[in-house]
Write a protein that binds this ligand. Structure first.
Ligand SMILES: Nc1ncnc2c1ncn2[C@@H]1O[C@H](COP(=O)(O)OP(=O)(O)OP(=O)(O)O)[C@@H](O)[C@H]1O
Ligand SMILES: [Mg+2]
Length: 220
């Protein structure tokens, strides 16, 4: 049974929709369409950790550190040295993640990790069993270390899908879904707490915006 301590997401107004936040030491899937705001949400989560004087780590499988830092500067955030960013190639993610992360976690006493994204690693395996085995090992490792994690998950533009592999959502402790909803000739952004183990939460679709300097802002 997880610790009942709640960890704030860094998204204003979101924590009160789920009993005060994420459970410390649990692993969550942040699912969303292309451009839904997964990377921005993730960085807000890490910034909240830094504000609480926690060590945090951002792992990217998509972009290099430089381009991530430059991107966030354009958004109005200077991430500074307090947010460590590493890029992991698909090969490193498959073969070396355990030793690499163990070292970093122990050395820096890391409390929050974002893996942006988990999707690539699930494409590596040929069958569902191998994907599930890998994900289970990865998620168990993070939980054993008592780190609160977000794993971003790319989902195709069709309703009712939470991940590319269709397995990630079952292995994780919760799922937050960022999606585009087509209404009357334009898209709206909507956030749903789709699954949150041991937690009472809303199932409403909450409108949100993305704004310079602020990132994800809940509300119409
Ligand atoms: N200054 C801004 N003002 C308003 N919206 C912005 C601004 N900067 C970025 N955006 C929005 O944020 C989106 C990108 O957010 P983010 O990179 O977090 O999405 P993502 O879900 O990680 O995308 P991907 O699937 O490509 O990784 C852009 O497509 C754009 O809609
Ligand atoms: Mg992204």
């Amino acid at each position: 049974m997880p610790d009942a301590k709640r960890v704030k997401t860094g998204i204003k107004g979101l924590d009160k929709l789920m009993e005060g936040g994420l459970l410390e030491g649990s692993v969550y899937l942040l699912s969303g369409n292309a451009g839904a705001g997964k990377t921005i949400f993730s960085m807000q989560f890490l910034k909240e950790g830094v504000a609480n004087k926690e060590s945090v780590l951002y792992i990217s499988t998509e972009e290099k550190e430089d381009s991530i830092r430059k991107g966030f500067k354009i958004l109005g955030w200077d991430l500074g040295k307090s947010i460590e960013i590493i890029g992991l190639s698909p090969d490193e993610l498959e073969d070396e993640w355990e030793s690499l992360l163990s070292n970093k976690i122990e050395r820096n006493k890391i409390k929050r990790i974002v893996l942006d994204s988990i999707s690539l690693s699930t494409l590596y395996y040929k069958d569902d069993y191998s994907v599930r085995k890998y994900l289970y090992k990865f998620v168990s490792f993070l939980k054993d270390k008592k780190i609160t994690c977000l794993l971003t998950s790319e989902v195709p533009e069709k309703q009712g899908v939470l991940s590319r592999g269709g397995i990630e959502e079952f292995v994780c402790d919760g799922v937050i879904l960022l999606q585009f909803l087509g209404t009357g000739g334009k898209y709206e952004r909507g956030l749903t707490i789709r699954k949150m183990r041991w937690t009472s939460h809303t199932l409403d679709i909450h409108p949100y915006r993305i704004e310079k300097n602020k990132g994800i802002v809940l509300g119409g």
